[in-house]
Design a protein around this ligand. Structure first.
Ligand code: GLN
Length: 535
């Protein structure tokens, strides 16, 4: 039978609940258990797909094409398991489903209410994550902070699940803040106490309390939390601020957090295998080279908008023992600049990640032109491919009116255009080309050299495509279409062999990179950037 761990947060947001959930999952997996993860987001959007990156940060896409919260990126990177549509549940999803059932007449005349109809729907989602994944343990993180109006129905559902399954099958981890007060120079437990009171008011007694703290918790602080929150002292875990997030699972391991969970569940405490992870922490702490990579985007003020891209760059850096410094370049600001030398003077590589809409587009095109002409390694992701094609069409093929119908519907030379089956779509939510599609890689190309595979599966999130009517002229001028989706004859990867490293893909490789398994494209990009710096 599947066991369930619920991770809630108190006091303030941004405590690293997602990392705590992922770290615990990693520890349990490393003891041989099959783990699955899930996140509840209390907002009313059905998914974050329609939200601005400034509101929400990156939209992470799972292999099955679900647009999800960026925390799922942490989960996948920590536990290296593919998650799916059961892994991210929003209030919007729950209500749509209940209202659909009501319209269908499924409730047989009942008055449809938060309890039991909404709560039953939530409980079903928890159980579905367990049954469909066949996991030994499912870890569910509840977004938001205890006390938020939005998350109340979720909390009530978890209370009911504990009631149904008992303490031996459910466990509550509550993460809080223990601040350090300068002047009196002491740690304060009161916010934690209040947050636990709030949680208890909703019928939930936590089993483990994880305290985010700037310094290690002294024994008397743990005594206090143990006494006032009614949990054993060893179940008070400290989560001390770290420079390297991969250290966190090891910190929890040292405090036996996974053993506490397994004991409560009556599961064997198998021997833990954390070798690979320990090596990773060691590598990250001992990087002996560094390079700068310019990331050109329009959401650069909010680094979370590009979190998987940045992580993927770092992963490839770890492989080459190299620290990656990101030069954040606001694409809109490039538009008025004549000379880009100053901006890119220290960069060994340029990356243009995904994006939507036409703000900042011309600045990105300028950056791509700069990379192409100056032979600086270039990696384009999704929009970064589309703009590389536009740049090439304009500046190499002489198609001056080249653009995408996304930026100008009446554009005279739509080298990037809507796919036929996208033209009739009216709803914006959930209708992009999403999730895994196959890509066939041509031999003797940079793409093949990077992947060393002929067929790959990569995750997508886009509406527009390279217009096949322009392929011939682009090819004639030297652009190579090195990856194609055979089924629908769509361009997946382009490259420019007259340049030492110029490649772009229509998919998002950043969703598949793992700290211990860097993605092939990021790996070859970082290698090329290191070589560029040497020269
Ligand atoms: N806006 C482009 C499209 O919809 C690119 C999307 C992206 O970069 N994720 O096709």
């Amino acid at each position: 039978m599947t066991k369930y761990v619920f991770v809630t947060g108190g006091v303030v947001s941004g405590l690293g609940k997602g990392i705590t959930a992922s770290s615990l999952a990693l520890l349990l997996k490393s003891r041989g258990y099959k783990v699955f993860m899930q996140k509840f987001d209390p907002y009313i959007n059905v998914d974050p797909g329609t939200m601005s990156p400034f509101q929400h940060g990156e939209v992470f896409v799972t292999a099955d094409g679900t647009e999800t919260d960026l925390d799922l990126g942490h989960y996948e990177r920590f536990i290296d398991e593919e998650l799916n549509y059961t892994s991210n549940i929003t209030t919007g999803k729950i209500y749509s489903s209940v209202i659909e059932k009501e319209r269908r007449g499924d409730y047989l005349g009942a008055t449809v209410q938060i309890v039991p109809h909404i709560t039953n729907e939530i409980k079903n989602k928890v159980y579905e994550a367990g049954s469909s994944s066949n996991a030994d343990i499912v870890i569910t993180e509840i977004g938001g902070t205890i006390g938020d109006i939005e998350s109340q129905a979720f909390i009530e559902s978890l209370r009911q699940i504990r009631n149904e399954l008992g303490k031996e099958n459910t466990l509550f981890v509550h993460t809080t803040l223990v601040p350090f007060i300068y002047g009196s120079n002491e740690l304060k437990t009161k916010p934690t106490q209040h947050s636990v009171i709030e949680l208890r008011g909703m019928g939930i007694q936590p089993d483990i309390i994880v305290c985010r703290t700037p310094v290690e918790l002294e024994s008397n602080i743990k005594d206090k939390i143990s006494l006032f929150c009614s949990i054993p002292k060893e179940n008070v875990i400290d989560s001390i601020d770290v420079k390297n997030i991969y250290q966190i699972p090891l910190n929890y391991y040292n405090q036996k957090m996974d053993e506490i969970v397994l004991n409560q569940f009556g599961l064997n405490i198998n021997k833990s295998n954390l070798k690979e992870w320990e090596n990773l922490v060691d590598t990250v702490n001992n990087l002996d080279k560094e390079i700068e990579i310019s990331l050109v985007g329009k959401y650069v003020e909010l680094h979370d908008a590009y979190i998987s891209v940045v992580e993927s760059l770092k992963h490839a850096g770890y492989f080459y023992k190299t620290k990656i410094n990101i030069n954040w370049v606001d694409s809109e600001k490039l538009e008025s600049k004549d000379n880009l030398d100053e901006i890119f003077k220290n960069s060994s590589g340029i990356i243009v990640p995904g994006g939507f809409g036409n703000r900042g587009i011309e600045g990105k095109i300028k950056a791509i032109e700069y990379a192409r002409r100056n032979k600086i390694p270039y990696l384009g992701l999704c929009l970064g491919l589309q703009l590389a094609v536009i740049e090439f069409a304009r500046n190499v093929c002489g198609i001056t009116g080249a653009s995408s119908t996304e930026f100008n519907e009446l554009c005279p030379e739509p080298v990037i255009d809507l796919m036929a089956n996208q033209k009739s779509i009216v709803n914006m939510g959930g209708t992009l080309r999403l999730g895994n599609y196959e890509c066939h890689i041509k031999k003797n190309t940079l793409a093949y050299k990077s992947y060393n595979e002929e067929f790959i599966l990569e995750r997508h999130r886009h509406r527009y495509e390279v217009n096949n009517n322009y392929r011939e002229i682009l090819e004639k001028k030297g652009l190579v279409f090195s990856g194609i989706n055979d089924k629908s004859d769509l361009v997946e990867i382009i490259e420019y062999p007259q340049h030492p490293y110029f490649i772009a893909c229509q998919f998002h490789p950043e969703f598949k990179s793992r700290p211990t398994k860097p993605h092939p494209l990021f790996k070859s990009f970082i290698k090329a950037s290191i070589d560029y710096k040497k020269k």
